[in-house]
Write a protein that binds this ligand. Structure first.
Ligand code: NAD
Ligand code: IPM
Ligand code: MN
Length: 363
C-alpha cells in the first residue's frame, strides 16, 4: 500500500473553492484504489502575503520540496494589484516554479465532444482539436536580467525586462517537446519571433540542431503572430507546440478557448527531478470568486495529470477523466461551459456530480 505526500496550495480567489472539489475527488479515487495520501496545506500568493507578508514563505517552498507532488489552484486578485512587483502574489508562483526548477510546462488543449457547442468557434473548426503546448517556464523575459524600473538621466522612469535564453535552456525544453511529440502525433511546431529577436534566432537554431536527433518528428516553425492567427483559423494543424515563457503563456490561453473554456484546462509543470506542480491554466477569477460559480474541472483534471505524471497511477487518472466525461454526458454545466438544454450547476454541485460519477461509473 502506497503513501503519497501531496502539498496543497489553494491560493486566492476561486482557488479554495476548486481545490476543495479536487481534494474530494482525489480522496475518493484513493479509497477506491487503496492509495493513501497525506495532505499538507501551505500558503502562497495573496493568502501568504496577508498571513506572512511575503508571497512565497520559505516554509511553503520547503513543504513542497518534501512532497511527492504539489497541487496548486490559483493566485492573485485585485486586493494585491497595486503592490510593487516583488511583493505581488504572482511573484510567489514564479518563485515556486524557479525554486523547484520546473522548466517544462505541459498545457494540453483537447476539445471534448460534449463541449463543441460551448466553443465560440465553429464546430468544424474545433472538432477533433488535440494540442499540447510545451511552454518553457523558468527562463525568457519572465526571469531575464536586467529587470526593473529605473530612472533615466532626464529623470523619467524606464521599465526594463530582458528576454534571454541560453543554449542549454533551449535544449532541455526542446528535448521535452520532441519527446512529447513522439508520444503524440509526431509533429512539433516551434513558435518564436526569429524575424526580429536575436533570442529567437538562437532558439530556432538550437531547435533545428536538436531535430537531427529526432528524425521521426516532423518539425515546423512559425512566428508567434502567425501562430496566434493559425490557432484560431485552423487549430487542427497543430499537434505539439514548443515555445518560450511569454509566448507560451499567451498561446495557451488562446488554445484554451478552442476547447470551450479556460475553466477546463489543466497543466503540469515539471523539472529534471523533484516534485512537479499541477495547476489549472486559468487564474484566480476574482470576478466570480466566492460565488460558487467556478468550474472545478481544470483543477480536477490537474489532479489526473498529477496521478499520471508524478505518481505513476494511470488507472486513477483514467477514472477521474472518465468521471469528467460522464458528468458532461449527463448534462451538468458550470456557467462558463453552459449551452442550450444543459443543467446549470455551481462549483460545489459540479463536485458532487463528479463524486457521484466516480461512485457509479456508467461504462
Ligand atoms: P483568470 O484566468 O483568472 O480569469 C479570466 C476569465 O476567465 C475571468 O472572466 C474568469 O471568471 C474566467 N475563469 C477563469 N477560470 C475559471 C473557472 N475555473 N471557471 C469559470 N470561469 C473561469 O485571468 P485574469 O482575470 O486575467 O487574472 C486574475 C488573477 O489571476 C490575476 O491576479 C492574475 O495574475 C492571476 N492569474 C493566476 C494564474 C495562476 O495562478 N496560475 C494564472 C493566470 C492568472
Ligand atoms: C499562468 C499565469 C502566470 C504566468 C502568472 C500569474 C504569473 O498567467 O500560469 O499562465 O504568467 O505564467
Ligand atoms: Mn497565463
Amino acid at each position: 500500500q502506497q503513501q503519497y505526500r501531496i502539498t496543497l496550495l489553494p491560493g486566492d480567489g476561486i482557488g479554495p473553492e476548486i481545490m476543495a472539489v479536487a481534494v474530494d475527488v482525489l480522496k475518493l479515487v484513493g479509497q477506491q484504489l487503496n492509495l493513501h495520501f497525506e495532505f499538507q496545506t501551505a500558503l502562497v500568493g495573496g493568502a501568504a502575503i496577508d498571513a506572512t507578508g511575503e508571497p512565497l514563505p520559505a516554509a511553503t517552498l520547503e513543504t513542497c520540496r518534501q512532497s511527492d507532488a504539489v497541487l496548486l489552484a490559483a493566485i492573485g486578485g485585485w486586493k494585491w494589484d497595486s503592490l510593487p512587483s516583488h511583493q505581488r502574489p504572482e511573484r510567489g508562483l514564479l518563485g515556486l516554479r524557479s525554486g523547484l526548477g520546473l522548466f517544462a510546462n505541459l498545457r494540453p488543449a483537447k476539445i471534448l465532444p460534449q463541449l463543441i457547442d460551448a466553443s465560440t468557434l465553429k464546430r468544424e473548426v474545433v472538432e477533433g482539436v488535440d494540442i499540447m503546448v510545451v511552454r518553457e517556464l523558468t527562463g525568457g523575459i519572465y526571469f531575464g536580467q536586467p529587470k526593473g524600473i529605473f530612472a533615466t538621466e532626464t529623470g523619467e522612469k524606464r521599465g526594463v525586462n530582458t528576454m534571454a535564453y541560453t543554449e542549454s535552456e533551449i535544449d532541455r525544453i526542446g528535448r521535452v517537446a520532441f519527446e512529447t511529440a513522439r508520444k503524440r502525433g509526431g509533429k512539433l511546431c516551434s513558435v518564436d519571433k526569429a524575424n526580429v529577436l536575436e533570442v529567437s534566432q538562437l532558439w530556432r537554431d538550437r531547435i533545428i540542431q536538436l531535430a537531427s536527433e529526432y528524425q521521426d518528428i516532423e518539425l515546423t516553425h512559425l512566428y508567434v503572430d502567425n501562430a496566434a492567427m493559425q490557432l484560431v483559423r485552423a487549430p487542427k494543424q497543430f499537434d505539439t507546440i514548443v515555445t518560450g515563457n511569454l509566448f507560451g503563456d499567451i498561446l495557451s490561453d488562446a488554445a484554451a478557448m478552442l476547447t470551450g473554456s479556460i475553466g477546463m484546462l489543466p497543466s503540469a509543470s515539471l523539472g529534471a527531478n523533484g516534485p512537479g506542480v499541477f495547476e489549472p491554466v486559468h487564474g484566480s477569477a476574482p470576478d466570480i470568486a466566492g460565488q460558487d460559480k467556478a468550474n472545478p474541472i481544470a483543477q480536477v483534471l490537474s489532479v489526473a495529470m498529477m496521478l499520471r505524471y508524478a505518481l505513476d497511477r494511470p488507472e486513477a487518472a483514467d477514472r477521474i477523466e472518465r468521471a469528467v466525461l460522464q458528468v458532461l454526458d449527463n448534462g451538468y454545466r458550470t456557467g462558463d461551459i453552459m449551452s442550450n438544454g444543459m443543467t446549470l450547476v455551481g462549483c460545489r454541485a459540479m463536485g458532487d456530480a463528479l463524486l457521484q460519477a466516480l461512485e457509479n461509473p456508467q461504462s
